[in-house]
Write a protein that binds this ligand. Structure first.
Ligand code: IVH
Length: 673
């Protein structure tokens, strides 16, 4: 009913869009939110509803439109109108002084020169094109001349305005090409990696790789879930009057709502520049993001133009690199660790060495492919690196230090713990031990089972787990709950008191929420996040256990690989048996949590087509009994369209609106039937 769109409604939509944009900016750029997240979500939902009802209200820069572009088949090339050059490096104060001397020589200038200095963000360089204030294109640096079109991914970065704010004088440049660095804060990176590891996905080595990987996603829905941030620092083409200085450009960016690093400073002379460098180096470890140095830029644009560029880099700027957090040491041996799901990981044992103040004696080698690629051998002198506080890694061997007795390393054909054959699953790099009873796997599984976000069993430390498994006392999870004080007190380094405490802790841990329980099982690809999704979808464990792969796949957030892994886990008799034994041993999945998990509360369904198991009216009753709502027509508010046989136009509508579609089995699975 587009005709009932009134000026009031239009004004409300405009107001909501402006408010959401303002709150985004406050939250992501100024780090100073004004409203609670829930309030923000409410405003967003209201705008979504209005736009859905009156599509004429949808504007290109609507805050509802950060995500939603269909996945790409490939990235299109984007030529840069002004090449994206790189920077020359300075490694010492002398290099910086020499940089200024050269500038003075070229400019025949012995008067004052002002510099703007900026942290050199360790991320990914991008270019954003704003036409008449609207973000229309974004690209990677590529080879400096042609990059790749990553517009849909860039739009998901919440710190970035989709439309520039109007300047004080009301005019926006017709074209503004902004350059900046996309990065991920360390804390967000750690959290993200933890989630990946818990879901059995490979961790990223450092925040930069994670940022680069996130921008290279063909599906921007994936990128939208990554905690990307950006600081803007330069320009390409600017159609209109360009600011007269770098500091002026950054001020222009700020006034347009573009995020600029707050640490940027303008220095009156090179001494101030060097002082800033030292203060930045001191702050480096405490900054929320990785920087690898500082960029010095001649502030005045006239001087910049007179200095010009070489084919590689501008003469008016230089990067002062910090000392890398790297060190060389000897790789004494390579040990193979067996993970909870059987993955074999080679770990380098190093002669202990201080890397940026932290003593490192072990570093990951990732897998055989990495070892081969780097040609790392046992006995090599190697370069090790700590990026942020990620697990140290071996960067490369120092080949010039080889003496000839270094030995290439090959991953074993059999598991170092149990001797069972190891296999390489198709499409995967890692090798896995196939023996489900492998003690090394069991130790890791028990550790996982007892960990903080699973059963949270206080006092069940690594050494103790080793003993319990090695002595055959614990062969599977349920055995833990049969442990008594006498058995425990008989173990190495166990006093009566700690044995009693552990028995108590085991008892306390037995009452557990469904999501933690699912997480604790250590199902491949099921981390905390997926466990939570499952607990929300299924009323109880029985519902989850009987869901088949197809129905699991229909759940939002569960892909085919995860679905297959869950179905495979529950289809195995020994796993079902193990769960029965856990329940028999006294594990109780708390009613409160289970109800929360069961409830379809807050979810709206639309039923279409013919269902085989029961008439639609009965299905409707069942959904409502579980707290869900059933509606007659599909809108953006619909959570699921359940499509039975010959579904008709409602299914089409769901596809258009990007509403999840469940097949009949999916519905039964959600209802735990
Ligand atoms: S200015 C023509 N400023 O460093 C000069 N670059 O080696 C363009 N970078 O590709 C670069 N922070 O990815 C500039 N504040 C900053 C920067 C910065 C990080 C990166 C950028 C560029 C590389 C140059």
């Amino acid at each position: 009913m587009p005709d009932d769109l009134t000026p009031d409604i239009e004004a409300r939509a405009r107001f909501l869009a402006a408010e959401l944009t303002r709150h985004n900016h406050r939250y992501y750029v100024l780090d100073d939110p004004e409203i609670a997240d829930s309030e923000y979500d409410r405003l967003m939902q209201e705008l979504r509803d209005l736009e859905q009802r009156w599509p004429a209200l949808v504007r290109d820069d609507s805050p509802t439109h950060r995500v939603g572009a269909p996945p790409l088949a490939k990235f299109d090339p984007v030529p840069h109108t002004v090449p994206m050059l790189s920077l020359d490096n300075a490694f010492s104060d002398d290099d910086v002084v020499e940089f200024e001397r050269r500038i003075r020589r070229l400019l025949k200038n012995d008067g004052p020169i002002t510099y703007t200095v900026e942290p050199k963000m360790d991320g990914v360089a991008v270019e954003l094109v704003y036409r008449d204030g609207l973000l229309t294109q974004a690209s990677t640096r590529g080879d400096g001349y042609t990059g790749e079109d990553i517009t849909a991914n860039i739009r998901t970065i919440r710190a970035l305005p989709l439309r520039l704010e109007t300047l004080n004088n009301g005019a926006l440049p017709a074209i503004l090409e902004v350059r900046g660095e996309v990065f991920i804060n360390r804390e967000a990176f750690r959290k993200f990696n933890r989630e990946r590891l818990a879901a059995q996905l490979p961790a990223f080595a450092n925040p930069r790789n994670a940022a680069a990987g996130s921008l290279r996603q063909l599906d921007s829905q994936v990128t939208a879930k990554r905690p990307l941030h950006i600081f803007c620092y330069g320009m390409g083409t600017l159609a209109g009057r360009a600011p007269a200085s770098q500091s002026g450009l950054l001020a222009l960016f700020r006034s347009c709502g573009l995020p600029v690093n707050p640490l940027v400073q303008t220095c009156a002379n090179i001494e101030e520049v060097l002082a800033f460098y030292r203060s930045l180096e001191d702050q480096r470890e405490t900054l929320p993001y990785d920087i690898d140095g500082m960029v010095i830029k001649v502030d005045d644009r006239d001087l910049q133009d007179r200095l010009g560029s070489t084919s590689r880099s501008p003469r008016w700027a230089i990067a002062c690199k910090f000392k890398a957090v790297q060190a060389t040491t000897r790789l004494e041996s390579i040990d193979v660790q067996v993970g909870r799901t059987g993955t074999l990981t080679p770990v380098a044992h190093l002669t202990p060495v201080s890397v940026g103040g932290v003593v490192v004696s072990r570093a990951t080698l990732h897998n055989q492919d990495e070892i081969d690629r780097k040609d790392v051998r046992v006995g090599d002198t190697v370069l090790v690196q700590r990026a942020g506080d990620v697990i140290p890694e071996v960067v490369m061997p120092v080949v010039s230090k080889r003496r000839g007795d270094e030995r290439p390393f090959r991953m074993p054909d059999t598991c170092p713990s149990c001797g069972a054959p190891v296999l390489r699953t198709e499409g995967e790099i890692a090798l896995r031990c196939v023996n489900a009873d492998c003690p090394a796997q069991m130790k890791e599984r028990i550790r996982h089972f007892a960990s903080k976000n699973a059963f949270d069993i206080d006092g069940l430390g690594e050494k103790l787990v080793d003993q319990l498994v090695s002595r055959g006392i614990v062969r599977s999870f349920p055995d833990l709950f049969a442990l008594d004080e006498a058995t425990l007190a008989g173990l190495d380094r166990m006093a009566d008191k700690s044995a009693a405490n552990l028995v108590q802790a085991l008892q306390t841990s037995q009452t557990i929420s469904l999501d933690r329980f699912i997480f604790a099982l250590g199902i491949r690809h099921v981390g905390e996040h997926v466990a939570r999704i499952l607990a929300r979808q299924f009323p109880d464990l029985a519902g989850l256990q009987s869901a088949n792969r197809e129905s699991l796949e229909t759940i939002e957030g569960i892909g085919p690989i995860v679905a297959a892994s869950i179905a495979a886990f529950f289809s195995r008799d020994e796993n079902r048996d193990m769960i029965q034994r856990l329940l028999a041993a006294g594990v109780r999945i708390t009613a409160e949590q289970a109800r929360q998990g069961a409830a379809l509360a807050g979810l709206t369904f639309v039923l279409t087509g013919t269902l085989t198991r029961m008439p639609r009216s009965r299905a409707k009753q069942m959904i409502e009994a579980a707290g869900g709502k059933v509606s007659g027509s599909v809108s953006r508010k619909t959570d699921y369209v359940v499509a039975g046989a010959s579904p008709g136009s409602k299914r089409e509508r769901a596809l258009q609106l990007n509403v999840s579609i469940l097949d009949e089995e999916g519905l039964w699975a959600m209802l735990g039937l």
